[in-house]
Design a protein around this ligand. Structure first.
Ligand SMILES: Nc1nc2c(ncn2[C@@H]2O[C@H](COP(=O)(O)OP(=O)(O)O)[C@@H](O)[C@H]2O)c(=O)[nH]1
Ligand SMILES: [Mg+2]
Length: 682
C-alpha cells in the first residue's frame, strides 16, 4: 500500500485541454522540464517548445493540431497530449479523447473564457473523461480563489473541488496549501516548491477550505459525512481514496493552480495525476474493451515529410510491436513497420508497446484516425465513433500550376487523413474543388499544409453560389436550323411550347407530334438540344422549373439529322427564353444557430443584416443558458457567417444548415449577380 491511499501504477495518457491561449502548450513544456524529459523549458514567444513544432503552429503562434510528448515521473510513464484550444480544431480533441485516462483542463481567470470552458467541459462530461482543472497564470491573478470558483462553477456539471488554496505575500501569490496533505508550500521559480510550516492565518484558512473540500467529497460518501457531522478527523488515506474514486467516476473535478511559465504548481499537478487519475485498467473498463487480443485506438494521423505516415495510438490491451498485423474494424489488415516514442515532432524508435502506452505506429497505411485496431483473428468493433462537427465554412482551392492537378488530389487525401473534420466536395457543375471546414484559421492552415507539407501551392477563392434561373411566363417558339453549304445541307425545324413549372420541379421535355412532322427518331435529339441550352439561360445560370413540349416542326428527307434537330431545339430555347421574363433564383437555407443567451439579441441584428428571416427562438435543450435561433438565409450570406457568429459569442456560437428552397431574387442584388456572371463569362 502506498503512503497516501491506494495507488495503481502503469503508463498514463493525459490530455491537456482548455480554451485557446490558456497555456496548455506552455504547461506541457513545464511538465517536460520539471520531470526531466527536456533540459531547458522553451517558450511560445521564443518558438522553441516541444509542442507546436510544426511550421504552421510556429507561424501562427498557436496550436493547430495535437502534439504528443512522453516523460516519466516517479517511475511511471506519462504521455501528455496537448490539444489546440481553438474551436476550429476541436475535432483533434474529440476524436482522441476516448483513449486518454484523464484530462487537465487548463484555464485562465478570465470571465470571457467561461463559455469556451463550458464547451470543452461538456465534451469531457459527455465522453465521461475524468478531469482536473488547472488554473494557470496565477502569477497574474487579481481575484480571490473563491470568486474564481464561483465564476467557473456554472461551466461544469460536476462539482469543482478546491484542492489547494493560495498563500500570499502582500498581493502576490507566493505559494499554496495542499488541502489533502495539509501542507504549506512556497513557490520557487523553475524549481520544486519548498515546504514551510503551516501556521497562523494560513492555518485558519486551510481549516475552512479543507472542511468545504471534505463536505463535497462527503456528498458521495455517507461514512465520511457521518465523520464530519460527528467531528471525527477522517484518516488521510480515506481522503485520498475518496478523492481518487470520485475523480475517476467524474463526480468531482479537483481544482489546482499554478503558473506554467514559472513552473509553479506543476509538480503538485503531476502528483495529483499520479494519485488520482485513472489507469489503463479503468480506461479499458470505461470503453468496454476486454482483455484478450491486443487492441489499440488511433488518436491522430500525421504524414511526416521524412518518415511517411505515423498513426498516434494508445495500446488499450495486449502488446504491439514491429511486424504486428493490425486489423481495422472493417477488416483491412496492415503491418506495423516501427513503433515510436513521441516527443512533439520527433519520434524515437522503441520496443513493443504494451497496454497503456501511447506511441506512434509507422507506415500503417490502412489505418485512419479514430480506428480501433486489433491483432486478433477477427476485427474488434469500434470502441467509439466520433463524427466531426458539421462544417461551417468553405473555400474553393485550385493548384497554382495546372501540372499539379493530380498532385493536388493526392495532397488533399493526406490532408483529410490528418484532419477528418475537413471535407472536400467536387462541384461537377463549376469544376471547383471546395474545402469545407470548421473556420477561417483551420482552412488557412489547411492550404498552408498543402504547400508546406505536401508540396502543392494552391490559390483559393470564394466558391460559386448555386444560383439558378427560371421563367415567369410561357411562349410558343419556333427554332429552325437550316444550312445549305455545298452538297449535303442541314435541316431541323421545331416548335416548342415553353412554360414555367412550380418551384422545385426541375425540367421536363414532352412531345405531341402528330402526323410525323418530326420523325420519331429525331425527337430525343430535340430533347437533348433543349437540355443543353438550359445549362446557360439568358441570365447566365442553369434554367430550372421549366417544361418544353415539342408540338410541331418539319423535316427534310435528305438534310435532316440528329445534329440538326439538336441545334433546332437549342435555338428555340435561346430565342424563346429572353421573352419569358427570366428571373434569378437563389438557394435559401434553413440555418440553426446555437449561442449563449446573452448573444441572442446580437444574432437577431446579425440576421437582419444578412437578409435572414427569423423563424423562431428556443432554449437549447440540455444547455442551460443557451438558445437556438432558427432562420432562413440565402446561401450567399452563409459564406462567412461563422466569422460573425463566433465574434459575437466569444468564439462558442455555431450553426448547422441545410438547403430549403430556391427563391426569386430581383432588384439591385440580382442585377449585380447577373452582371458579375456576365463579366466572368466574357
Ligand atoms: N503570465 C503567464 N503567461 C503564461 C502562463 N502560461 C502561458 N502563458 C502565456 O500564455 C500564452 C499562451 O500560451 P500557450 O501555451 O500557447 O497556450 P495554449 O493555447 O493553451 O496552448 C503564451 O504567450 C504564454 O507565454 C503563465 O503561467 N503565466
Ligand atoms: Mg497550445
Amino acid at each position: 500500500m502506498a503512503q497516501n491511499g491506494t495507488r495503481a501504477t502503469g503508463p498514463r495518457c493525459i490530455a491537456l485541454v482548455g480554451p485557446f491561449q490558456s497555456g496548455k502548450t506552455t504547461l506541457l513544456e513545464a511538465i517536460l522540464a520539471r520531470t526531466g524529459a527536456i533540459q531547458r523549458q522553451g517558450t511560445i514567444e521564443a518558438g522553441n517548445t516541444v509542442g507546436d513544432a510544426s511550421k504552421e503552429a510556429r507561424d501562427h503562434k498557436m496550436s493547430v493540431e495535437l502534439s504528443v510528448a512522453s516523460t516519466t515521473f516517479m517511475g511511471d510513464a506519462y504521455t501528455m497530449a496537448d490539444f489546440p484550444g481553438s474551436i476550429e480544431f476541436v475535432h483533434d480533441m474529440r476524436v482522441a479523447l476516448p483513449a486518454v485516462d484523464a484530462a487537465v483542463v487548463v484555464c485562465e481567470l478570465d470571465e470571457k473564457k467561461v463559455p469556451q470552458l463550458q464547451l470543452i467541459l461538456r465534451e469531457l462530461e459527455e465522453q465521461k473523461i475524468p478531469r482536473f482543472l488547472f488554473l494557470n497564470k496565477i502569477d497574474k491573478a487579481d481575484s480571490t480563489i473563491h470568486d474564481v470558483l464561483r465564476m467557473l462553477q456554472p461551466a461544469s456539471r460536476s462539482k469543482l473541488l478546491l484542492r489547494q488554496i493560495p498563500t500570499f505575500s502582500g498581493d502576490l501569490i507566493t505559494g499554496f496549501v495542499d488541502l489533502a496533505l495539509e501542507r504549506a508550500f512556497v513557490y520557487k521559480e523553475h524549481a520544486p516548491s519548498e515546504i514551510i510550516p503551516l501556521e497562523g492565518d494560513a492555518l485558519d484558512l486551510e481549516k475552512t477550505a479543507r472542511f468545504s473540500m471534505l463536505e463535497t467529497l462527503a456528498d458521495h460518501d455517507d461514512e465520511l459525512m457521518e465523520q464530519l457531522l460527528e467531528d471525527i478527523q477522517p484518516p488521510r488515506d480515506k481522503i485520498f481514496d475518496d478523492l481518487s474514486k470520485e475523480v475517476r467516476e467524474g463526480l468531482v473535478c479537483p481544482v489546482l493552480f499554478g503558473s506554467a511559465t514559472r513552473t509553479n504548481g506543476v509538480l503538485r499537478l503531476m502528483k495529483a495525476l499520479r494519485h488520482e487519475s485513472p489507469t489503463i485498467a479503468d480506461t479499458t473498463k470505461r470503453l468496454g474493451v476486454k482483455a484478450g487480443s491486443p487492441v489499440a485506438y488511433v488518436m491522430k494521423t500525421i504524414n511526416t515529410s521524412h518518415g511517411g505516415k505515423m498513426s498516434v495510438a494508445r495500446v488499450l490491451t495486449g502488446k504491439i510491436g514491429d511486424g504486428t498485423t493490425l486489423l481495422r474494424a472493417e477488416g483491412e489488415a496492415g503491418r506495423v513497420a516501427a513503433v515510436f516514442k513521441l516527443m512533439g515532432q520527433h519520434g524515437e524508435k522503441r520496443g513493443p508497446a504494451e497496454a497503456g502506452d501511447t506511441v506512434a505506429f509507422g507506415k500503417l497505411d490502412h489505418a485512419k484516425t479514430g480506428d480501433t485496431l486489433t491483432d486478433g483473428q477477427t476485427p474488434h468493433p469500434p470502441i467509439v465513433e466520433v463524427a466531426p462537427h458539421a462544417p461551417v465554412l468553405c473555400i474553393a482551392v485550385a493548384a497554382k500550376e495546372r501540372k499539379d492537378d493530380v498532385k493536388l488530389g493526392q495532397a488533399l487525401a493526406k490532408l483529410l487523413e490528418e484532419d477528418p473534420s475537413i471535407t472536400v466536395v467536387h462541384n461537377a457543375e463549376t469544376h471547383e474543388v471546395v474545402l469545407w471546414g470548421q473556420g477561417e484559421m483551420q482552412l488557412r492552415v489547411a492550404t498552408e499544409r498543402l504547400s508546406d507539407r505536401f508540396g502543392v501551392a494552391t490559390t483559393s477563392s470564394k466558391p460559386t453560389v448555386g444560383y439558378r434561373e427560371t421563367i415567369k411566363k410561357g411562349i410558343v417558339q419556333r427554332g429552325r436550323h437550316r444550312k445549305q453549304s455545298g452538297g449535303h445541307g442541314q435541316y431541323g425545324d421545331v416548335v416548342l411550347d415553353i412554360k414555367p413549372l412550380p418551384r422545385g420541379s426541375g425540367f421536363t421535355f414532352t412531345e405531341e407530334i402528330k402526323g410525323g412532322v418530326v420523325p420519331r427518331n429525331y425527337i430525343p435529339s430535340v430533347g437533348e438540344g433543349v437540355a443543353d441550352a438550359l445549362k446557360h439561360g439568358p441570365l447566365g445560370f442553369p434554367v430550372v422549373d421549366i417544361t418544353a413540349k415539342l408540338i410541331d416542326g418539319s423535316y427534310h428527307t435528305v438534310d435532316s439529322s440528329d445534329m440538326a434537330f439538336q441545334l433546332a431545339g437549342r435555338l428555340a430555347i435561346h430565342e424563346g427564353l429572353p421573352q419569358c421574363q427570366p428571373v434569378l433564383l437563389e438557394p435559401i437555407y434553413q440555418v440553426e444557430i446555437v449561442c449563449p443567451s446573452e448573444a441572442t439579441a446580437k444574432m437577431n441584428a446579425l440576421m437582419s443584416g444578412r437578409r435572414g428571416q427569423i423563424l423562431g427562438f428556443d432554449t437549447r435543450e440540455g444547455w442551460d443558458g443557451w438558445d437556438v435561433v432558427r432562420v432562413q438565409m440565402p446561401e450567399s450570406e452563409i459564406g462567412d457567417l461563422i466569422v460573425e457568429v463566433r465574434s459575437a459569442t466569444a468564439g462558442v456560437g455555431s450553426f448547422t444548415f441545410k438547403f430549403d428552397h430556391m427563391a426569386e431574387l430581383v432588384g439591385r442584388t440580382a442585377d449585380q449577380i447577373v452582371a458579375a456572371r456576365k463579366s466572368a463569362a466574357a
